[in-house]
Write a protein of this length. Structure first.
Length: 449
């Protein structure tokens, strides 16, 4: 009967702790000696500590000192682990170290979980050096221990310490998880040490870790940054052979690398390969071609996208218009802007600015002026970048009157002229002093001056 009653009390106390009904738990503890003829034993106390530790660490500590120790129940690693977790969750790291000393004074060897809990709290508070010292006290640090510290060192970009611990981890027979390994790979690749990163990836795989595409992508990006696009491409094929399928980011990285290395044929092959492999491209894929200046190829791809029913977004249009303007394809750029408007996308000032600058570079100032007038009629908001190319172009042509007219329009729209605007006008003024005197330019003042 006694064991049954004791089990009932234990189950009841467990549920009450789960609902934070500690006042009733206290009453049950007081009535147990009379009800079952024996005080609460270690099993009962250990049931209470986790509940208190999760909710009220101060109550848990008080309960441990007064009730458990008062009943000659010292607790075990599990008890101390709960207390350590509660202290660390409430950021009481100093009390955590005191608890560690209490355990040692009672010849209870802290287990790895207790150390790791304190290590994690130290790292979370930026006390990485102290965490490293604490790790040196551990008899058997495990992969979780190394994961905690390597992760922090990678976050701080302390590559030397991250690699030292990574090597120690391998030498002790532990293996960092793929997430931590990937962080180390990224840091190495960011500083150009891609070959070392490949070595770490191979070691992870040889130890049984299943490396995913998230680990391969930094390696491919690292090789592309070094101009070794073909090596990155071989790595793509290697990961496929291992059953690790590339994603859209993998292809975007390679396409960008191809464009930067002027390997445009391979970039287009990769674009088509995505379609063959059933990988849905995103507009980052397409934007890459435009940003890298591969305008003719971008036009082909753009036509392919439309032919397959794709609808470019406003950023794609913006990048392509900029690319056309920089390449001197003003007619195509203008047509594309009209198509953009027809699809319900409204161009922003930078898009108009690209067209205005493009017209001015080709000496087609009248086209740029017409565009400005059209934009103003539509009520679009322009900025200093819209006016500067035109003011400069008109001044170079010696048409000070029109240049000053635009300058005045800027002031009316509360667009403050910058140094470029003033320099263009002043240079033109030196050639047009007689006209300037007649117009009494010095009576016009900018509200921003």
């Amino acid at each position: 009967m006694l064991p049954t009653l004791k089990s009932t009390y234990r189950a009841l106390i467990h549920k009450l702790c789960a609902f934070h009904r500690f006042n009733i738990v206290k009453e049950l503890l007081q009535e147990m000696p009379n009800a079952i003829g024996t005080p609460p034993d270690e099993d009962i106390f250990i049931t209470i500590v986790p509940g208190l530790g999760r909710a009220h660490i101060d109550l848990a500590q008080e309960f441990y000192r007064k009730r458990m120790m008062g009943s000659s129940v010292e607790g075990d690693e599990y008890t101390f682990g709960i207390l350590m977790k509660g202290l660390c969750l409430t950021n009481r790291i100093g009390d955590g170290f005191k608890l560690l000393q209490v355990m040692k004074s009672r010849e209870i060897i802290p287990n790895t979980v207790i150390y790791n809990t304190l290590l994690h709290a130290l790292c979370k508070n930026g006390k990485v050096g102290r965490a490293r010292s604490l790790m040196n006290e551990m008899e058997e640090p495990n992969d979780v221990t190394f994961n905690i510290l390597i992760s922090v060192y990678c976050k701080e970009e302390n590559l030397v310490q991250a690699l030292v611990l990574l090597e120690k981890c391998f030498n002790l027979g532990s293996v960092p998880d793929v997430v931590i390994g990937t962080k180390a790979l990224e840091v190495l690749c960011n500083v150009g040490r891609v070959t070392e990163a490949v070595d770490i990836l191979n070691r992870l795989e040889s130890k049984g870790r299943v490396v995913d595409v998230v680990a391969y992508n930094p390696l491919i990006k690292g090789f592309c940054r070094l101009g070794k696009v073909k090596v990155g491409h071989r790595l793509l094929k290697e990961m496929e052979r291992k059953g690790c399928l590339p994603n859209v980011d993998t292809y975007n990285i390679l396409i960008s690398g191809c464009c930067e290395s002027e390997m445009l044929d391979l970039a287009l092959d990769l674009f088509n390969e995505m379609k063959t492999d059933g990988i849905n491209w995103n507009f980052v894929t397409y934007d890459t071609l435009i940003k890298e200046g591969a305008i003719e190829d971008a036009k082909k791809v753009f036509g392919q996208i439309l032919g397959e029913g794709g609808v470019p977004d406003v950023l794609v249009y913006d990048h392509l218009i900029h690319g056309f303007c920089e390449g001197g394809y003003m007619r195509e750029a203008f047509e594309l802007m009209n198509e953009m408007v027809g699809r319900g996308y409204y161009p922003l000032a930078p898009t108009f600015n690209a067209l205005i600058s493009g017209f001015c570079r080709q000496g087609k100032v009248s086209g740029a002026l017409k565009l400005i007038d059209d934009v103003v009629v539509r009520g679009c908001k322009l900025d200093i970048g819209s006016y500067n190319p035109l003011v400069d172009a008109l001044c170079r042509k010696g048409d000070f009157q029109k240049a000053f007219g635009l300058f005045s329009q800027m002031l009316e729209k509360d667009i403050a002229p910058d140094l470029s605007s003033w320099n263009s006008l002043l240079l033109c003024w030196l050639q047009e002093t007689s006209w300037l005197a007649r117009q009494n330019i010095f009576q016009v003042k900018s509200p921003s001056l």
